[in-house]
Each structure stands twice: as structure tokens, then as C-alpha cells.
Design a protein around this ligand. Structure first.
Ligand code: M6R
Length: 606
């Protein structure tokens, strides 16, 4: 959480920092700030405020900031409320810094070093600035080493020292920092989105290394002062200069990008019609050596895991658990050398998922991850990685990351079924052919978005809403419900339809609309009975149903038909329709769809 940017080079730093902060704002948007080195005086000037980057931009417009070196920050509050003084950068004496992470021992540090009186904010970050200033005796690296040795917690620190014109220092533990050197200068950021505009070459700063950015070169050393050469990676993302590409929100743009994202994710992993992970360096034996699978993930990525679980259980008949990453290591999980642990994450930086993976590795499990961001922390910790090819996902609500994760799981299920002799070659080919139809099927759902928009208006005024479905529909609705609640602030709960009668039906009234999904033929009659039960209690029903099953429906429901696929695949068109529902409810209510309150795109605190 929190977005960090640093730049030193030949360009006007103010614009570079503000533009980058806008791109990084999805990491936190409680407050924003920049610090720049004044060209003429060499002094460090700080502008910061509670609010959005757009508020900061207005403040900066009134300031003369002639500079080509500076740092910036967009905050997701952890320690201290949302106000101007808690906003970063923090300055103490000859040190100005921005911080991402949490310093757990900040109170002790402040009192033990007699710094408490010097602090003006309530943040843990300012204590680090004070400590750095305390240790700074004209040698930035010594000050960094002495300070870092005393910190407990996670941190990405980006620092300006008063007497080091044009140089930016950085050091990190857990919280990510990526950096690059390009023709415009040297840059670093919390994630790639801020760098893509300048270059597609970058490197991940290793933990406990000190990075120095100079205008035309970069120096990286370990804590024993050995020079370490950066390992550059290449990213194939193109951040469109037009940003939202004409769409009012990234969420809509990203929903619309799904056919292409899925196509890119599966292409290259289908060879002669069969699933093939050779190009990823993922050997087949990991799918046959294991006798159980455990998926660890959070939020939407965990919901993708639930779909994988349903597929693997019903097709492979194998033991597979899905664990909330935040609960995993505290729940005494059954993990050993015969367990394949699969971590799923868009960002590859979610700390709970990262910690769960490290725990599983220590217990001897083989670790595979399904990740969108190349070179991210989870990817680097894993034995094997299958990258989704969703491209940058900027909206906080995850959409294309989810459907590309599902696509990887369909490939994986087919691969396992083939390897374990459950599918014949013909059956595998047939399963994969259905997966290849997905981009076109999703296009059909996207073409019907006006219809979904009309239906969305029916739930605009709801305070509470229920979603019901059975089997894979329930998995899709869990994700649909998360989407709706996070962007529209409607309280929404997804239930397995059969569970309603065991409690939740008590809440059904004419004021609680029900979204139902019915795409699984073998469950249809039972699902329709459950839908009638809520209708009888006065609920308005929005029914998402597979076209082939929509024959003799009661007229009393709002019906949205979904293009036909094999039942196992219907979760894909259903999920896209539910994403559109959530999107339209949020945008019709006038909310900032891409930046729901209290949330951040990348969750790097436990
Ligand atoms: O980057 P990750 O996929 O690890 O993120 C996991 C969750 O934080 C994320 O999916 C979250 O639930 C989304 N905001 C939901 O739309």
C-alpha cells in the first residue's frame, strides 16, 4: 500500500512526479505529497496535503518548483489519521523521506533515541526520518545502515539528504521498489505502472541493498559496501498514453479488455490443441507428484481459487483446499513435500499471500504461483510461475486479473486430467477447444451491456442484496458479490441457494433484491425452486441464466440470458455479467468507481 516515486534526470520533476502519482494512486489515496530539490538553492521543498493527487496538483500549481530531482508519495493511512501533517514526505533536519510499510517498533525507537519531541506527525514514518537525521553525519549510506538495523517491520524508504544534490537513496525490506535508468534519467517506484511510460526495462531492488539514483547512472551496494549489478527484466505492458482509452473509468476499460487478456493468457500455452506449460518452465511432474493441492490467495484471487477447487474436485477427484492467505499459517495447515501449493495474486505483492507462500516453502511444499506482475515478490519466491497476461490492472476492483486467473486454472485442470489419465486426448482437446471459445463468448456478454445497465438500475436504491446460486454459480456469485459491495457500497452476501432456508431467508423482504445465477443444468430445477422461495417472500429477482436453460421461465423475474458454454465454463460469462452489474450500479450512483473508499489496489500490510 502507498505509492512511491523518485526521479532525478533532465526533465521537470514536478510534472513527472504528479503524473506518476496519478498512476500510483490506486495504491492508496488518503493523501499525497512531493519533495523536490530546488534547482538554484539545492534546498528541499515539500508540498503535501490530505486528499487526492488532483488536490496536490492544485497546490503545486501555485508553487514555483524549479527542479529535476524529487520524490513523491500517495498514502493509505496506517499510523495516524488522514490529515496534512501525516501526509508524506516527512522532513526531519537534513533528511526528507517517503515510506511504504509499517515500522512496528516506532514508539520504542522514538523514545529510546530521544526523538519524541522532534515529531510533528503521528506516523511511524516520521520516526524513521528523525532516526536517519540522528545518524546522518555527512555519510548517507552509513546513516541508512545504522537506521535500518534498528527497524522492525516492513519498509520501502526513499530518501533525500540535504547536502546530496540530485541524488536519491532507497532501501527496502518486503515492501517493493522497482527502478530503471532511461534516457530521461533514473527513476524508482513502488510498481511498474509508473515506469512503463518511460521504459520497458526495469529491475527489482533486492531487500537490504542501498540504491543510489544519480541523473545518469545508478549505484547499488549491499550492506557490506559490495557493488551489486541490477538484474534487468523486460515488461511487455504498454501503458496507453490516453490512460482510460476513452472510457470514463479504468474498471470499464478493464472489463472490456477481457477477451484479449484471456486470449493472450491461453495463447502460447496451447500446443496442437493441448495444454502445455513448457514455455513457462513448469514441468508436468509437479501435477502428478503431488497428492494434494492447496491454493492460497486473498479477495478476488481467492475466488478464482474456489473455481479451481470446484473444477479439480469434480474432474480430477483430488483433495484440494483453498485457504485465505491471511489465515493460512495460523491454522496449522496440512502441508508436506507431497503438497502443491498454488499462490494466486494479481499484484504478486499481497503480503498475506507472500507470507503464506514462504510458510509453505519452509514446510517442504512445491510452490507454483499464478501472477500478473512480472518479477513481483511472490513470483520471485515461487518455485514456478504461470503469468497471467492481463496487462496493467489499475481499477482497485479486480476484473481481468480474475478471468485470466480462471483461464490458467482451466488449462491446469485439463493438463492434470490428461496427465493423470482422466481425460483421453480427445476429451482434453475438446475441453481446450471450449476454453478457446471464451474470448468470443465474453464479447457476446459485453455486447449485451446496455441490457445489464438497465437491469442494474433496479438495485440502485437497495441497502442490502443477496446473491444465490449452486455449485459453480455460487463461486461466481461470491466474486460478483465482492465486486458489488466494494464499488457500490451495497451490503451484498452470496449464499449457496440451499443454505438460504437455514437462516438468511429471514432477511428476505421486498426491500432485499436477489441476484440469482442458473447456469448448471443438473442443478437447474433445485435452483429455480430456491428462486421461487425468495420471490414468494417479496424479493425482486434478477436472474442470470444460461440461454439454453431459459426455456420455460416464470415471467416475474428480470432475466439476463448468458451465451451458452459447457457448464464448467459458464462461470466466465457469468462473472463478466456480474462485473458489469457492479460497475453500472457504482457509476450510476456517481461514485469514483476506480477508487472505492478505504481500499487500495495492493495490500502490503498484514
Ligand atoms: O493483488 P492480489 O490479487 O493478491 O490482491 C488480492 C486482493 O486484495 C484483491 O483481489 C481484492 O480483493 C480486489 N480489490 C477485489 O476486487
Amino acid at each position: 500500500m502507498c505509492g512511491i516515486i523518485g526521479y532525478t534526470g533532465s526533465e521537470d520533476v514536478k510534472e513527472i512526479l504528479l503524473d506518476a502519482l496519478e498512476l500510483l494512486e490506486y495504491r492508496g489515496y488518503d493523501s499525497a505529497g512531493i519533495a523536490v530539490k530546488e534547482e538554484k538553492t539545492g534546498e528541499t521543498k515539500v508540498c503535501k496535503c490530505a486528499g487526492r493527487v488532483s488536490d496536490l496538483r492544485m497546490i503545486c500549481e501555485t508553487e514555483k518548483l524549479l527542479s529535476t530531482c524529487g520524490i513523491g508519495h500517495t498514502r493509505w493511512a496506517t499510523h495516524g489519521g488522514v490529515n496534512d501533517s501525516n501526509a508524506h514526505p516527512h522532513r526531519c533536519g537534513r533528511v526528507t523521506l517517503v515510506h511504504n510499510g509499517i515500522i512496528e517498533n516506532y514508539r520504542e525507537l522514538a523514545s529510546d533515541s530521544g526523538l519524541t519531541d522532534k515529531l510533528v506527525s503521528e506516523t511511524d514514518s516520521e520516526v524513521v526520518a528523525a532516526l536517519l537525521n540522528y545518524y546522518y553525519k555527512d555519510d548517507p549510506k552509513e546513516a541508512i545502515k545504522k537506521t535500518v538495523k534498528r527497524l522492525t517491520g516492513t519498509f520501502a524508504l526513499v530518501i533525500l539528504f540535504e547536502d546530496c544534490p540530485d541524488v536519491i537513496y532507497s532501501v527496502r525490506n518486503v515492501s517493493p521498489i522497482v527502478a530503471t535508468l532511461c534516457k530521461e534519467g533514473a527513476m524508482l517506484a513502488s510498481d511498474l505502472t509508473a515506469l512503463c511510460r518511460f521504459t520497458n526495462e526495469y529491475f527489482v531492488v533486492p531487500e537490504y541493498h542501498i540504491l543510489e539514483l544519480h541523473k545518469d547512472h545508478i549505484v547499488m551496494t549491499d550492506f557490506d559496501d559490495h557493488v551489486v549489478e541490477p538484474e534487468f527484466l523486460t515488461v511487455d505492458w504498454q501503458l496507453n498514453a490516453a490512460g482510460k482509452n476513452g472510457y470514463p473509468f479504468y474498471m470499464e476499460k478493464e472489463i472490456m479488455e477481457q477477451p484479449l487478456a484471456i486470449e493472450q493468457t491461453i495463447r502460447g500455452r496451447i500446443v496442437h490443441g493441448l495444454p502445455d506449460f513448457t514455455a513457462d518452465g513448469v514441468p508436468d511432474h509437479i501435477f502428478t507428484d503431488c497428492d494434494r493441492i492447496c491454493i492460497v490467495a486473498c479477495g478476488t484471487a481467492m475466488h478464482a481459487g474456489l473455481v479451481a477447487q470446484a473444477l479439480v474436485k469434480s474432474i480430477i477427484h483430488m483433495h484440494i483446499d483453498v485457504e485465505l492467505a491471511s489465515e493460512f499459517m495460523y491454522s496449522d495447515p496440512v502441508i508436506d513435500e507431497k503438497t502443491l501449493v498454488i499462490a494466486v495474486s494479481q499484484s504478486g505483492e499481497t503480503i498475506d499471500t507472500l507470507e503464506a507462500l514462504k510458510y509453505a516453502k519452509k514446510r517442504g511444499a512445491t510452490c507454483l504461483s499464478v501472477i500478473n506482475v512480472k518479477g513481483s515478490s511472490i513470483a520471485r519466491e515461487s518455485d514456478y510461475v504461470l503469468y497471467t497476461c492481463a496487462g496493467p490492472e489499475i481499477a482497485v476492483a479486480s476484473t481481468k486479473a480474475y478471468t485470466t486467473q480462471l483461464s490458467v486454472f482451466y488449462l491446469m485442470t485439463a493438463k492434470m486430467a490428461q496427465l493423470r489419465g482422466i481425460f483421453t486426448e480427445e476429451e482434453t482437446l475438446c475441453f481446450i477447444r471450449e476454453l478457446e471459445r471464451t474470448p468470443d463468448t465474453i464479447k457476446e456478454v459485453l455486447e449485451s451491456r446496455k441490457e445489464i445497465h438497465i437491469v442494474a438500475k433496479k438495485v440502485l436504491s437497495a441497502k442490502d442484496l443477496f446473491m444465490i446460486g449452486r455449485g459453480l454459480d455460487h463461486s461466481a456469485l461470491l466474486e460478483g458479490s465482492l465486486k458489488l459491495k466494494e464499488v457500490s457500497y451495497i451490503h451484498s452476501e452470496a449464499y449457496a441457494s440451499g443454505e438460504l432456508k437455514h437462516g438468511p431467508i429471514a432477511l428476505i423482504t421486498q426491500d432485499t433484491p436477489v441476484v440469482a445465477a442458473a447456469t448448471q443444468e443438473k442443478l437447474l430445477s433445485k435452483e429455480l425452486s430456491n428462486i421461487r422461495e425468495v420471490k414468494s417472500r417479496g424479493a425482486d429477482v434478477l436472474l442470470f441464466i444460461k440461454k439454453a436453460l431459459a426455456g420455460n421461465l416464470d415471467q416475474e423475474y428480470e432475466v439476463i440470458t448468458l451465451p451458452d458454454m459447457r457448464d464448467e465454463f459458464m462461470v466466465l460469462p457469468t462473472s463478466v455479467a456480474l462485473q458489469l452489474l457492479a460497475y453500472y450500479v457504482s457509476s450510476d450512483k456517481g461514485f469514483d468507481v476506480d477508487k472505492p473508499r478505504n481500499l487500495a489496489k495492493v495490500v502490503t500490510v498484514e
